[in-house]
Design a protein around this ligand. Structure first.
Ligand code: NAD
Length: 249
């Protein structure tokens, strides 16, 4: 049987067609979920949802804006009847060094990657409680673990490390409600966030540090989200799954 049969899943930052969010949406839809794609632009989100087939929807949502999160989640619940799964995937990066981080760039990176996880979770959690349980999975990064990724700056590392702490705190607080909260920490995944930004020489250098000897694909991360969203992970909460080809071994 299908792993997410009849489940209602909200995925943020999933309108980018080659992104991790959309790959996750595709896998979830194939496993029987009804998917609500949340992203900055309603048209882009709706067009992405249409690619999943019948019964999936796209909604405008800026995760840095609490009211926008509440409004989008309200529309999802009105149209789908509830929520079982939240994937906090929306994120942005900026490849700068510590001394180049100005207040505005710090705020921007922290707002989308960290505050956004709080706001969208706050909007969804009461609905998971109403269902008697659910699963939240949050997007962190190997940048949080290594103190720097390939393209993320120190503020990005800080934000993604913050996601780990926030997710574990929510896992502790909402376990009693049957709500599990986990994280994934991807390595370098080929999406628009880094497309064309890494030279062939740099790629060779990066691959030397990856035992599986390839960059990640969005579906590699989607598989981890599927595991965390489904009952296969029913006794797993507060966990962090590395999806990095062995980069940290
Ligand atoms: P992507 O750029 O394709 O996807 C990011 C999506 O987030 C876009 O659709 C964008 O419109 C959306 N978004 C940006 N700001 C938003 C906001 N304020 N509100 C709602 N949506 C917003 O890139 P991706 O690589 O698929 O990134 C997905 C997530 O994975 C991000 O959180 C990123 O930091 C994380 N990540 C990526 C990699 C990688 O190597 N690609 C590695 C580790 C973690």
């Amino acid at each position: 049987s299908l792993l997410l049969d009849g489940k209602i899943a909200v995925i943020s930052g999933a309108a980018s067609l080659r992104g991790i969010g959309m790959a996750t949406a595709r896998m979830f839809a194939a496993q029987g979920a009804k998917v609500a794609i949340l992203d900055l632009d309603e048209t882009a989100a709706s067009e992405a949802a249409a690619q999943l087939g019948e019964g999936h929807r796209g909604y405008a949502c800026n995760v840095t804006d609490k009211e926008s999160c509440v409004a989008a989640v309200g529309r999802v619940v009105a149209e789908f009847g509830g929520i079982d799964i939240l994937i906090n995937n929306a994120g942005i990066t900026q490849p700068v060094k510590t001394l180049d981080i100005d207040p505005a760039s710090w705020d921007r990176i922290l707002d989308v990657n960290l505050r956004g996880v709080l706001y969208l979770s706050q909007a969804v959690l009461p609905h998971l409680q109403k269902r008697g349980g659910g699963s939240i999975a949050c997007m962190s990064s190997v940048s949080a673990q290594r103190g720097g990724g390939i393209l993320g700056g120190p503020h990005y590392s800080a934000a993604k490390a913050g996601v780990l702490g926030l997710a574990k705190a929510m896992a502790r607080e909402f376990g009693i409600d049957g709500i599990r909260v986990n994280c994934v920490t991807p390595g370098l995944i080929q999406t628009d966030i880094n497309a064309g930004k890494i030279s062939p020489e740099k790629t060779t250098e990066i691959l030397a540090g990856i035992p599986l000897n390839r960059l990640g694909e969005p579906k590699d991360v989607a598989g981890a989200f599927l595991f965390l969203a489904s009952d296969l992970s029913s006794y797993i909460t507060g966990a962090v799954i590395d999806v990095n080809g062995g980069m940290l071994i």
